[in-house]
Ligand binder design. Structure first.
Ligand code: KG4
Ligand code: ZN
Length: 321
């Protein structure tokens, strides 16, 4: 029985997962509403909110799983990358819980966690496969050789795919977080009305600054009223360009490597246009695409847990090493 805790950005999450990958509970308390008025996550606000929420969310996750802390064998927590103040709330809570029961503690990398969202029951995926990890902070193409062992083939040179969705949404006056909002508005729009570019980048890297700038210019040229009137067309065309960029890279990676299976994880994997564009790819279950603690507990199975009390000096890390 693994208790997972995730506080790397603006979701306070806790989950109970068994060592064979069954999710007994997975609770996510989103702070999105709190940050919406700022148009993005305010780190200090996020940390304070995590402090309020972490204990009740953990308690509720245990309750929903129908287990007491006595039955937890070890605690798993996101160590990084993310907002360091936010991460420290989860790390401190995990240390306190583990220390009080003399349990081991497994520090988990958030990105590895996203990949491990594919390893949970009822339909776990077995490596090897190619994996696109597209979230608010990262866009990575990975060769996954075995559980817990992957290699980076490509990354973004500027914005992450989720960030491009979020920034595009802001340009269109939509709410935060922007991905789901763009998707919603785009349903009523024509994706061919605006020709937004797909960046040409060598290798398997990504770039989203060009398409973002193209949207900015389009909005500027149209003016406020016309932008409002054509919002659905703009959203649909913008979404189409982002999805195209992701699909093109995956296609290039598939033809350049020996992998024949593709998986997609991270917040952007929730996007229905991307799902439709990759009918043969394996997507993380919808509820496990955006940040959650079940994926953290899942990944904990493939890292070495630190025995009591060696983890007391454990620190969080903000960025990729
Ligand atoms: O994985 P995640 O929850 O957090 C990070 O680790 O960053 O990803 C959040 C990102 C946000 O940028 C959000 O706009 C995007 O995922 N996202 C979506 C959708 N739902 C969330 N992007 C496109 N379509 C969606 N339906
Ligand atoms: Zn994430």
């Amino acid at each position: 029985m693994i208790l997972g805790i995730e506080t790397s950005c603006d979701e306070t999450a806790a989950a109970v997962v068994t060592s064979d990958g069954r999710v007994l509970s997975s609770l996510v308390s989103s702070q999105a509403d709190l940050h919406a008025r700022y148009g993005g996550v305010v780190p200090e606000v996020a940390s304070r909110r995590h402090l309020d929420l972490v204990a009740p969310v953990v308690r509720e996750a245990l309750h929903a799983a129908g287990v007491s802390l006595d039955r937890v064998e070890y605690v798993a927590v996101t160590q990084g990358p993310g907002l360091v103040g936010a991460l420290l709330v989860g790390v401190s809570a995990a240390k306190a819980l583990a220390w009080a029961r003399r349990l081991p503690l497994a520090p988990v990398d958030h990105l590895e966690g996203h990949i491990a969202s594919l390893y949970l029951e009822p339909d776990p995926l077995e490596p090897p496969f190619l994996c696109l990890l597209a979230s608010g902070g990262h866009t990575l193409l990975l060769a996954v050789y075995e559980r817990g062992r992957s290699e980076r083939l490509g990354t973004t040179l500027d914005d992450a795919a989720g960030e491009a969705f979020d920034k595009g949404a802001r340009l269109l006056g939509l709410g935060y977080p922007g991905g789901a909002e763009i998707e919603r508005i785009a349903r009523d729009g024509n994706p061919d009305s605006f020709a937004f570019p797909v960046a040409r980048v060598p290798g398997l890297d990504f770039s989203f600054s060009g398409v973002k700038t193209a949207l900015l210019y389009a909005v500027r040229d149209l003016g406020v009223d016309e932008t409002e009137r054509r919002k659905a067309d703009l959203a649909a065309s913008y979404q189409r360009a982002l999805v195209r960029a992701l699909v093109q890279r995956i296609d290039a990676a598939v033809s350049g490597t020996s992998f024949d299976r593709v998986a997609v994880v991270g917040g952007v994997a929730a996007n229905s246009e991307l799902r439709a564009a990759l009918p043969n790819a394996r997507f993380a279950p919808l509820e496990l695409c955006t940040d959650n603690a079940a994926m953290i507990a899942s990944q904990a199975r493939y890292v070495e847990a630190l025995p009591y009390p060696r983890y007391l000096a454990l620190d969080a890390y903000a960025s990729l090493s």
